[in-house]
Design a protein around this ligand. Structure first.
Ligand code: HEC
Ligand code: HEC
Length: 222
């Protein structure tokens, strides 16, 4: 990638960070009328049930193709992604349409609600995983430092997403998207992490991460 492009992206990320931190800061000091306004409106749990659950599932894990598991995801990560969708930086027709109408309070409200959904393990697979592919995936995750940022149990934290037992098709799409730049990311972290990994190896990583055999994931911190 050309240096100018990298710098432009870094600057854009800086602006996004600023805009987002002001969205978060506003949440720390709710206007005096916020409580009465909130009681008149449906809660984010109710809004999630009516607006989001059809795709993401009531528990935050659905079987819909290409649709990520939200259960066990961290609020700070979720807000960065809703923000990216709203600003058109992360491109997906379904999610962009949903996020476009969100206020800053909505970004916060939905993200905080997502963080209350306990992690839901993947249902037991019909066939046991391919042992050689799992061993190879585990080695790649060590070699490419995935576990340094996402944690040895792949549960993430703060702005780093939980990835263990995420859907394989979605993991593949995301990893290939970071590699080609189709999914820019909130920061450069993932672009740099995968830029030198061969596409085949990314698919092996997706295979391994989706079937991650770690201890049952803990619910996220409230
Ligand atoms: C029509 C189906 C659909 C609806 C409705 C929908 N989503 Fe999504 N959502 C998706 C898909 C598909 C993706 C993955 C997009 C991609 O691949 O970039 C996604 C991604 C996300 C992500 C990013 C997850 C991650 O791991 O990066 C969040 C957060 C999210 N949705 C929250 C919501 C919320 C909150 C609502 C309701 C207000 C909602 N979604 C409604 C389909 C939907
Ligand atoms: C330097 C820290 C770092 C390293 C190393 C790293 N990641 Fe990430 N990862 C992140 C961050 C931060 C995000 C959030 C993406 C963004 O900026 O929008 C992320 C996002 C992801 C996502 C998207 C999850 C979702 O729900 O959409 C996947 C999948 C992922 N990483 C897998 C990996 C794999 C596999 C590796 C090893 C090859 C890896 N990561 C290495 C920090 C890291």
């Amino acid at each position: 990638m050309k240096r100018a492009g990298v710098i432009a992206k870094a600057i854009a990320a800086g602006f996004m960070a600023l805009a987002l931190s002001s969205a978060i800061a506003q949440g720390a000091k709710p206007a005096p009328s916020a409580a009465s306004a909130a009681s008149a409106q449906p809660s984010y749990a109710q809004r999630y049930a009516s607006l989001c659950a059809s795709c993401h599932g009531a528990s935050g894990r659905s079987d819909m193709a290409g649709t990520p598991v939200l259960a066990g995801q961290h609020s700070f990560y979720a807000i960065t992604q809703l923000f990216l969708f709203r600003e058109g930086r992360r491109d997906n027709p379904a999610m962009t349409a949903v996020a476009k109408t969100m206020t800053d309070a909505d970004l916060r409200g939905f993200s905080e609600f997502i963080a209350t959904l306990p992690a839901v393990p993947a249902p037991a697979a019909a066939t046991p995983p391919d042992a050689a592919r799992m061993t190879r995936g585990q080695a790649l995750a060590q070699e490419h430092r995935c576990v340094i940022c996402h944690g040895a149990d792949l549960s993430g934290g703060q702005q780093v997403p939980r990835i263990g037992q995420q859907h394989e098709d979605y993991l593949q799409l995301s990893l290939q998207g970071f590699r080609t730049g189709k999914r820019p990311g909130y920061t450069q972290a993932m672009g740099e992490a995968v830029s030198r990994i061969a596409p085949d190896d990314l698919d092996t990583l997706a295979y391994y991460v989706a079937r991650f055999p770690g201890a049952p994931a803990k619910p996220p911190p409230k």
